[in-house]
Design a protein around this ligand. Sequence first.
Ligand code: FES
Length: 73
Amino acid sequence: MYVCLCNGVTEREIRQAAQAGCGSMAELTMRTGCGATCGSCVSMACEILDETRNEAPRTGGNVVPFPLVLSAA
Ligand code: FES
């Protein structure tokens, strides 16, 4: 289901972002574009983000947080 029609972001993409460590709406926007245009999706996106983060299993720090920054040196 599309949550953000302006930027074509689905519920599944939001859940995947949350499971990968996305912790805020600002981070979700940077990562997916969700909420970056008209903003009418922000409330629903926040609910999905929070719901998924609350049900996500704790992994003990094995998840690489976004954005993944690779060192060139
Ligand atoms: S529906 Fe998400 S920014 Fe417009």
